[in-house]
Ligand binder design. Structure first.
Ligand code: ZN
Ligand code: ZN
Length: 240
């Protein structure tokens, strides 16, 4: 057994595993911190969808086709994919990661992401987590997008770059309307060393794609600095 597995087994003994969504006790030694019932409530993103931004057409029985926003070329990124539709269970998983620092959810996310549409994305030259403002990073202690970047690209962790920074503190996007969301993040990001991104294929990583405003602003900033392409991977996408 690898050292990592030993450590996990010891951790499971000291802290018996519970479902991260409903707190049901789980058997020891499982690779997932989600009970069967909660796993069954997850909604993976599947076709039919918008081939550009990855928006899933929940009610349509037809084929995949570009959505209205992508037909009007509204996004600065080239492609986006999410693993799940955002729902209560995914919300709790992300919450456990973001606010209680329960990083045990990461191994669960790794298993889930392994079988997802993230495979549609190209192999990036560099992987860029959506940055937090330094003050937020100091209070939270970690950037959840960086943790997800490691989960999504376990074999390419050396390509993770911190070239994109948030140079302005922004209000949380939650609760803001379209125009307010855009104004809230305009000019919030900057590339520290443009040489790092010039001509590069970039994959941006964030936890949730809500209206795409944040990742779009990041993509604009990266392209302005000379990035050849920007793709986006998120754990969840809000589908209305
Ligand atoms: Zn559960
Ligand atoms: Zn689209």
């Amino acid at each position: 057994m690898a050292v990592k597995n030993w450590l996990q087994a010891i951790g499971d003994l000291c802290f018996p595993p519970h479902c991260l969504c409903c707190a049901t006790p789980l058997p020891w030694g499982g690779g997932m911190d989600l009970c069967g019932e909660c796993q069954g409530k997850l909604r993976p993103i599947t076709a039919p969808l918008c081939p550009v931004c990855g928006l899933m057409y929940v009610k349509s029985g037809g084929g995949s086709h570009p959505c209205t926003l992508c037909c009007r070329k509204k996004y600065a990124f080239d492609l986006a994919r999410a693993v799940f539709c955002y729902n209560d269970e995914i919300g709790k998983l992300i919450h456990s990661l973001k606010f209680s620092g329960k990083k045990t959810g990461l191994r669960t996310m790794a298993v889930l992401a392994g079988k997802s549409l993230l495979h549609d994305l190209g192999c990036p030259d560099i992987i860029v987590p959506v940055p937090l403002h330094p003050k937020k990073l100091a209070s939270r202690g970690f950037n959840q997008s960086l943790l997800l970047a490691k989960v999504f690209f376990p074999d390419h962790q050396d390509r993770i770059s911190h070239c994109l920074v948030r140079n302005r503190h922004t209000r949380p996007q939650t609760g803001l309307k379209g125009g307010e969301r855009r104004r809230n993040v305009v000019g919030a990001f900057a590339v520290l060393e443009p040489g790092v991104v010039q001509g590069k294929k970039i994959c941006l990583v964030d936890d949730v794609f809500t209206t795409g405003t944040t990742v779009n602003e990041c993509a604009k900033t990266l392209k302005k600095a000379g990035a050849a392409s920007v793709e986006v991977s998120t754990l969840a996408m809000v589908i209305n």
